[in-house]
Write a protein that binds this ligand. Structure first.
Ligand SMILES: [Zn+2]
Length: 236
């Protein structure tokens, strides 16, 4: 392998490591967001279950009030009944009392049904609260892990950058410029190499066969780009 290729590949390895760690680093806010939105969803579920319970309790209270007012109504009829002398009026009043009883009976049935629903809703609130507490712990632990990862990534990148800075002066500045231009070009994946070996006359990145002239030039150590994928070619 030619000297220039060896030096450039050493730099390329460092650049690829930086790119891969940077990629990991860029995923951290996304993962933090995911963890937070899972917690937020759980919180919404919990609030929703509390709301359902409150609505049922309000419904129960309303029935309670209606029962009280029906009983009041019945008492009013009963007190009036004592004063009635006319037989028909008396019968009508008794019917009203009976109707009050019937209404109260229906309301109490509804209350009983609601009571079962309230019990279910209370159990649901309790289990949602438990799930929320777990989600809270999980989110905190995920965020803590991500914070550790972020610090590690940043330290690693700083370390590798220092190594790269130390290695760069060893390389021909023109060549380095060309390489950096290639790396930063739009079509280049920063986590993949752009300095590419020729193997058996074939570009090992895009698998295109090189002309004998290109192979000759590469063998001589000339800087040649692959005509198909623009990789900077070298021979091993
Ligand atoms: Zn190629």
């Amino acid at each position: 392998m030619h000297d220039w290729a060896e030096k450039l590949i050493a730099i390329q390895e460092l650049d690829i490591r930086i790119a891969k760690i940077s990629e990991q680093l860029s995923q951290i806010p996304v993962k933090q967001q995911e963890a937070e939105s899972l917690y937020a969803q759980q919180n919404r579920d919990y609030e929703q279950s509390k709301l359902q319970l409150r609505e049922l309790e309000v419904g129960y209270k309303n029935l309670e009030n209606e029962i009280v007012s029906q009983k009041e109504k019945k008492r009013t009829f009963q007190s009036k009944t004592i004063l009635i002398k006319n037989n028909d009026e008396y019968k009508a009043a008794l019917l009203q009392i009976e109707m009050c009883d019937q209404v109260v009976h229906n309301l109490e049935d509804q209350q009983l049904e609601l009571m079962f629903k309230i019990e279910e809703a209370q159990a649901s609130v309790a289990s949602q609260r438990q799930a929320l507490e777990q989600a809270q712990k999980r989110t905190a632990s995920v965020k803590e892990d991500l914070e550790v990862l972020r610090k590690t990534c940043e330290e690693q990148i700083a370390l590798i950058k220092r190594k790269r800075e130390a290695a760069a002066p060893d390389t021909d500045p023109e060549l380095l410029k060309k390489y950096e231009h290639l790396r930063n070009s739009r079509n280049n994946n920063p986590s993949q190499p752009c300095v590419i070996p020729i193997l058996d006359g074939v570009c090992s990145r895009c698998r295109i066969r090189m002309t004998p002239q290109t192979c000759q030039d590469v063998l001589k150590g000339k800087i040649v780009l692959c005509p198909s994928c623009s990789g900077m070619l070298y021979c091993e």
